[in-house]
Design a binder for this molecule. Structure first.
Ligand SMILES: [Zn+2]
Ligand SMILES: [Zn+2]
Ligand SMILES: [Zn+2]
Length: 180
């Protein structure tokens, strides 16, 4: 065996036991490995060493099983997050009147939380916003708006439903100066 070539014969990598060095292919050192299942296969030594290959391929079902259970846990977590969100949202709507403060929209699917004075730092996660609004009844801080009114307020600084409103720029949605 030449200089710098590690002899790994007899060493185990997962289900694979190195048998003999086969040589280099495309710069990769290949070894003949014997898998616990009995299969003999040429495998890139680098992959066996790093653990990215742990069998002749017969272990793939193990990987899939493990992957599936991880995925299931994730789904359960996001399910919980969703339920928590729904719970706080429902409580919020109940506390703050179940309709858009601006246009009176009553379809709860359209309704959302609005911070009356705008939000200072970034966007709060909406679940947290609902939760905070439920902790204490603060109609001076939070209100219910429908998506339309919320969007108009966020984008133009006022809702066109409110005829006396003056946008932040003093212009209405058509760019015409508003005077009151
Ligand atoms: Zn195998
Ligand atoms: Zn509205
Ligand atoms: Zn409105």
């Amino acid at each position: 065996m030449g200089h710098g070539v590690r002899d790994i014969a007899g060493e185990r990598f997962g289900k694979l036991v190195a048998v003999k060095r086969l040589g280099k292919r495309h710069g990769h050192v290949f070894w003949e490995f014997k898998c616990d299942c009995g299969t003999v296969k040429a495998i890139d030594y680098g992959n066996a060493k790093s653990g990215s290959v742990i069998s002749c391929g017969c272990s793939r079902s193990d990987f899939e099983k493990r992957y599936r259970s991880v995925k299931r846990v994730r789904t359960e977590q996001s399910q919980k997050t969703l339920e928590r969100h729904k719970k706080y949202r429902e409580k919020f709507l109940e506390m703050y009147g179940r309709e858009c403060r601006c246009c009176g929209e009553k379809n709860t699917e359209f309704l959302t939380i609005e911070h009356i004075n705008g939000q200072k730092e970034g966007k709060e996660h909406s679940t947290q916003a609902y939760r905070k609004a439920c902790c204490e009844y603060r109609p001076d801080v939070y209100e219910i708006l429908c998506m339309n009114c919320n969007h108009a307020k966020g984008r133009y600084g006022y809702c066109p439903h409110d005829r006396n409103a003056v946008s932040r720029s003093g212009l209405n949605s058509e760019g015409i100066p508003l005077t009151s």
